[in-house]
Design a binder for this molecule. Structure first.
Ligand SMILES: *Cc1c(COP(=O)(O)O)cnc(C)c1O
Length: 452
């Protein structure tokens, strides 16, 4: 039986849906492994919380010391359907026993086609669409740019302040934040241009005004006719869950359409029910020419996709797109399992319910402590921006202090933001309400103690 009822705290996959600490966090076994990690793993690979996981299900992560932590990160918006969701596990097991790989560009298999059909059906717009599958978000972003350039025969790529698009060379160049993503890793690819982002809690501008500013810069500094693609996250992820003012995205879409520019929504973090819609673009009523997905698509297996207008996607010569592992059959099986869970359990409604529960409680913390200047986000993608009391000065130190205190008390939270002063919450949409309320109580306590 499939157990993800969001109002009950019934165990999921035999794991009690309760926070329970039996040692310090990290505990002795994790600390012992940490020593091995230091001598085996590159120091360039960071970590938010150095515990070692043994099992995970629903909204709980169990570490090797036996501690159960509430998962408010979903492995960065990946396991929205819950960790090791039964339907994902079953389909993966069936597929892995049949065959593990053929390379889709050597011989085909149905799962790949079925995932593309699902993407074409679920993404915004009822125009004719095509999809192509890849391994990671960054790889999909790279391919979206390749396709847009090939289709338009133009080179310029427009991105935005605070944007994040990945860690490969092209996507590093597209990413806004220097440390830690870019420092020392240049030179970066040419023909990438960064425009001002609508950031209503800071710039106070209406969407149309902010868009007019960006559009004026594109016209004057780049020339609209030279732009291949505008690539934007409809809600920024790593940049701190910046939600653009209403009207900003539609104005950009209009500008793109008028000038033959491919409008690309990077929905790697926002896609697949995360914001309470299948895709965050839907909140603004926009229909992107191309949409990039990854993270939440396959319940934890590595898979990514580019979905777009048929005439754009089919403009690339056969053989121009692909990759050895791209659209691996096991990852495709996982995606089909995940999508089945999202549809059957209505995870969009669950995400919206998470927003309903979280926002008032976080606003109360803001009112009580005076160090949160903004509570924002949509669905199960909610953040608080932390500042020095009575100012708009970013407070990364306080953010880290609260995050560490949450970790020590069994709530796994993540930070974000260009200034490192955003605490972001990405719970799995299947998390029980009781567990979510418990996490919020812990978060509230840590804010109170840190600001006392
Ligand atoms: C995470 C992320 C990426 C990169 O995805 P990877 O799978 O880590 O390569 C790209 N864009 C956005 C918006 C992301 O959040």
């Amino acid at each position: 039986m499939f157990m993800t009822a969001s109002n009950s705290s019934a165990p999921v996959n035999g794991i009690a849906q309760e926070r329970n600490l039996v040692t310090a966090v990290p505990g002795p076994k994790s600390l012992a492994l940490q020593a091995r990690r230091t001598s085996a793993v590159s120091g360039g690979v960071g970590v938010a919380l150095p515990i070692y996981v043994e099992r995970a299900a629903g909204g709980i992560v169990v570490d090797i010391d036996g501690n159960s932590l509430i998962d408010m990160g979903s492995g960065i918006a990946v396991t929205g359907v819950g960790n090791a969701a039964e339907e994902v596990v079953t389909r993966v097991q069936e597929q892995v026993a049949k065959f593990t790989h053929t390379c889709f560009t050597v011989t085909h298999y149905e799962g790949y086609v079925e995932v593309c059909e699902a993407l074409n059906r679920l993404t915004p717009g009822d125009h004719e669409k095509r999809s192509a599958l890849f391994n990671s978000g960054a790889e999909a972003v790279e391919n979206a740019v390749k396709i847009a350039r090939s289709h338009t025969k133009r080179q310029m790529v427009v991105v935005f302040e605070h944007g994040y698009h990945g860690r490969t060379n092209l996507t590093m160049g597209m990413t806004a934040k220097n440390i830690p993503y870019k420092e020392g890793f240049g030179p970066f690819a040419p023909e990438i241009y960064r425009m001002p982002m609508s950031n209503p809690s800071h710039d106070g501008l209406a969407g149309a005004e902010a868009a007019a500013h960006a559009i004026s810069k594109m016209n004057k500094e780049l020339g609209a006719g030279n732009i291949a693609a505008i690539v934007i996250e409809p809600i920024q992820g790593e940049g701190g869950f910046v939600v653009p003012a209403t009207g900003f995205l539609p104005e950009l879409v209009k500008f793109a359409k008028e000038n033959g520019i491919v409008f690309v929504a990077d929905e790697v973090q926002t896609g697949f029910c995360r914001t309470g819609q299948w895709f965050a673009s839907e909140h603004e009523g926009i229909v992107p020419d191309m949409i990039i997905t990854a993270k939440g698509i396959a319940g934890g297996l590595p898979l990514a996709a580019v979905t777009g207008r048929a005439e754009i996607m089919d403009s690339v010569a056969a053989g121009g797109l692909g990759g050895t592992y791209a659209g691996n059959p096991i990852a495709c099986a996982a995606a089909l399992g995940s999508i089945a869970v999202m549809e059957r359990e209505d995870l969009n409604a669950k995400a919206r319910r998470i927003e309903e529960i979280m926002k008032p409680r976080l606003q109360k913390i803001a009112d009580d402590t005076g160090v949160i200047c903004d509570v924002r986000g949509r669905g199960a993608m909610i953040a608080v921006e932390i500042v020095k009391k009575g100012s708009m000065e970013p407070d990364a130190e306080m953010t880290n202090k609260v995050a560490k205190a949450c970790h020590a008390n069994g709530v796994l939270v993540l930070t974000a933001g260009t200034y490192g002063n955003v605490l972001r919450f990405l719970p799995p949409m299947v998390m029980s309400e009781q567990l979510l309320e418990d996490a919020l109580t812990i978060i509230e306590q840590q804010f109170k103690e840190a600001t006392a």
